[in-house]
Every structure is written in structure tokens, then in C-alpha cells.
Design a protein around this ligand. Structure first.
Ligand code: DHB
Length: 393
């Protein structure tokens, strides 16, 4: 009798344990956690990119909660300190140890390039939120981009320059991937439009000094100087541009919007007034969605969102929509759900091209103006639905 009761007890115990196991499995099926491994330069030269992208990610989650596809979304943020070998090591650890479903972030092109083989090998969707060299999306079939490409904006400013009596241009770019794209796509289009690029100048990515190249620009006396520099270098460039007196020498400044970056623009002072740029995002974009986005972002952060913040915010939108569509599946299914997505962003309408996995978006021509006491890139022309020109060859 005693023994029997004992075994009944054991049976009941086993049944309970079984139920508990079933419960855990059910929790995994309709709950559980999906991890997103975000690698950004939170320290080092490109730290402003990390700060802006992270703030964009956080704002998305503050507004939309931490559930997608029936799972709890967990961000695992890692700082690569702008060192691509570190990005690669962190990506490997995030995939193998943390078992992340998505890799995201990537402040500079070399960081994205270093991670691409890991995304391919582990079949992990990789959302590039910041880096912008055209060829990045070709480095892995698992890469999807929510930032922009340098060819998109460089051909747009070349067309505007040619239509606005600018004939002779000197170009100045940062000497790495996105600078190569900006220099080439600007020159090819501007030449096709009948203009001439009389000199092509470059400065190093790390700790550039603009004084020597600006002296050359002065001597060349072009109608305009076309510039691409990565986010975070614009303020120092504008300071040296003014110190050399180029703003008073009758040489117009045209650029990609990275140079009049919203993160720094208001500190640049009057030298920035009138600078014309092409880009996909301005904090002054007049849509209702953007006005709400900027107000919420500034309330949360005490700084202005720039194009990097929007890349992070839209990257989360893309990931949430894909998780919802696949009920939380990962790998190839999740990647496929990202392809062809269309939605309204604070920047305007965007599409993830299903073939190239790259972003298609409106590009705006903007002029720096003072609005209610602060400097902004005020959009005055729109080139609709620009595909990456780097993909058509
Ligand atoms: C890249 C980095 C930037 O900060 C930027 O504004 C554009 C491109 C890059 O490394 O791809």
C-alpha cells in the first residue's frame, strides 16, 4: 500500500514535470525571445553614428513595444569602436554564442564588408543601417540595406549642378569605399551633363586635415567644390573652409548630405548657409510623420535625428514587419520577408528592392537655411524613387 502510494506519487510528479516541459515548449512556440545583434561604433571616430543609430532603434521600440511575430525582441548591442576586425569578431560571437536571429547596425563600409561572410555562412539576415557603399549588398545574399547609397545622392547633385550654371568642379572625397563611389558617380554623371571635373582630391578616413586640399581648391578656382565626407567630419571641414576664406572666394560648395549632417549642422554657423546638397533625409522634411518622429526623438534624446537615426528606426521597422509576417521565423524565411517591403518612413516612401535587397527612395535637393533660429537642410526639389545607380551595371 505504501509502495503503491509512493509510485502514484512518482507518476503524478512525472506528469507534472511533463506538463511543465510542454508549457516551456508552448512558450517557445508562441513566445520566447528573438535576439537582434546590433554592432555600432559607440566609441572612436564614428561614435556619433553609433549614438544616432542606437537612438533610432530605441525610439522605434519605445513606440512599438518589444514584441514582434509573437516573440520578445531583445537588442544585444556591441561597440566595435570603428575597427572592422572587431566588428567581425563581435558578429561571430553574436551568431555562435548569443544565437541572434538578425545582425544589424554597421557604421562604416569596412565594418559591413568584414561581417558579410559571417552572414552568408550562418544564413543570418544582416540589416545595414548606416554604411553606404553601393557594393555592400553584393557582398552577401543575406544583406538588406535601410540607409542609402552614395551613387543615389551623387548623381542627383551632379544633375542639379549642371542645370544650375556650374561647369567646372573640383571634387573632394574621403579615401575609401563610399568616397570612391561619390567621386566616380558624380564625375561620370556631371561629365555626361556637359560639365568638367578639373581635379579629384582625397583626404584619409582617419583624422583628416583639410587645409592642404582646400589650398589646392583655391588655386584651381572652380565654379564649385563637390564634397563627400562621412558623418561626423562635416563641422571640422566647414570650419577649415571658412578659415581658408573659400566661402568668400566665389567657390560654391555642393555636397552629399553627409557633410551638412543634422547631427552637427546647427553648430556650423553662417558659413553653412546656402550650401546645396542631395540626400535622402532631412530633419526638416515636412511630412506629418517626420514632424512627429523629430518631436519624439528630440524629447527622448536632446539632440536632433540625422540620417543615421532614420536608418536605425527604419531598420527596426523592417525587422518587425518581417518577424510579424513569418511569426518569428529566422534565416532564409526572415530574409525573404524583408525583400519587397514598402512603407512610409520619416524620410518619405521607401521600398526594399526584392532583387538587389537595396533601398529605393526619394532623393531631395536641399539648401541650408536658418529656420526659427536654427540651421536646417530645407528640401526644395524631389527626385522620386531613386534606385541605386551602382546596381544597373
Ligand atoms: C559611410 C559612413 C558614413 O558616415 C557616411 O555618412 C556615409 C557612408 C560608410 O562608411 O559607408
Amino acid at each position: 500500500m505504501k509502495t503503491r502510494r509512493h509510485s502514484l506519487h512518482r507518476l503524478a510528479g512525472a506528469a507534472l514535470a511533463g506538463l511543465a516541459l510542454l508549457g516551456a515548449a508552448a512558450a517557445r512556440a508562441d513566445g520566447g525571445t528573438v535576439k537582434i545583434g546590433v554592432i555600432l561604433p559607440m566609441t572612436g571616430q564614428q561614435a556619433s553614428t553609433g549614438r544616432e543609430v542606437e537612438a533610432g532603434i530605441k525610439l522605434w521600440m519605445a513606440q512599438h513595444g518589444n514584441k514582434a511575430g509573437g516573440k520578445t525582441v531583445e537588442i544585444v548591442l556591441r561597440d566595435d569602436a570603428t575597427v572592422p576586425d572587431t566588428t567581425r569578431r563581435l558578429a561571430q560571437e553574436l551568431v555562435v554564442n548569443d544565437k541572434v536571429a538578425v545582425l544589424a547596425g554597421f557604421g562604416i563600409t569596412p565594418a559591413a564588408m568584414a561581417t558579410a561572410p559571417i552572414a552568408t555562412k550562418s544564413q543570418t539576415p544582416m540589416v545595414v543601417m548606416a554604411a553606404a557603399t553601393s557594393s555592400i549588398t553584393e557582398a552577401s545574399p543575406f544583406i538588406v540595406r535601410t540607409s542609402f547609397t552614395l551613387p543615389q545622392v551623387s548623381v542627383s547633385i551632379a544633375d542639379w549642378a549642371a542645370k544650375n550654371k556650374i561647369r567646372k568642379v573640383v571634387s573632394l572625397v574621403s579615401d575609401y569605399g563610399p568616397g570612391n563611389d561619390a567621386e566616380k558617380y558624380f564625375a561620370d554623371r556631371f561629365t555626361l551633363d556637359g560639365g568638367t571635373v578639373v581635379e579629384k582630391l582625397r583626404t584619409p578616413l582617419r583624422s583628416p586635415d583639410f587645409a592642404p586640399v582646400l589650398q589646392k581648391v583655391r588655386d584651381d578656382a572652380p565654379d564649385a567644390l563637390f564634397v563627400f565626407l562621412p558623418s561626423g567630419q562635416g563641422a571640422q571641414f566647414m570650419k577649415q573652409f571658412a578659415e581658408r576664406g573659400l566661402d568668400k572666394a566665389g567657390i560654391r560648395l555642393i555636397a552629399t548630405g553627409d557633410v551638412t549632417d543634422d547631427d552637427q549642422l546647427d553648430q556650423m554657423g553662417d558659413v553653412a548657409l546656402g550650401v546645396v546638397t542631395a540626400h535622402h533625409y532631412s530633419a526638416a522634411h515636412p511630412s506629418a510623420m517626420n514632424q512627429k518622429f523629430v518631436a519624439a526623438f528630440e524629447a527622448a534624446n536632446k539632440f536632433r535625428p540625422n540620417f543615421m537615426a532614420v536608418g536605425g528606426y527604419d531598420g527596426m521597422h523592417l525587422i518587425y514587419d518581417a518577424l510579424n509576417a513569418t511569426h518569428g521565423a529566422g534565416g532564409q524565411k526572415l530574409l525573404d520577408a524583408m525583400k519587397g517591403q514598402v512603407f512610409e518612413s520619416p524620410r518619405g516612401p521607401i521600398l526594399i528592392d526584392a532583387q538587389t535587397r537595396d533601398i529605393v527612395q526619394d532623393v531631395y535637393i536641399r539648401r541650408v537655411e536658418r529656420v526659427k533660429g536654427q540651421l536646417y537642410n530645407v528640401e526644395f526639389e524631389t527626385i522620386a524613387s531613386v534606385k541605386d545607380p551602382g546596381k544597373s551595371k
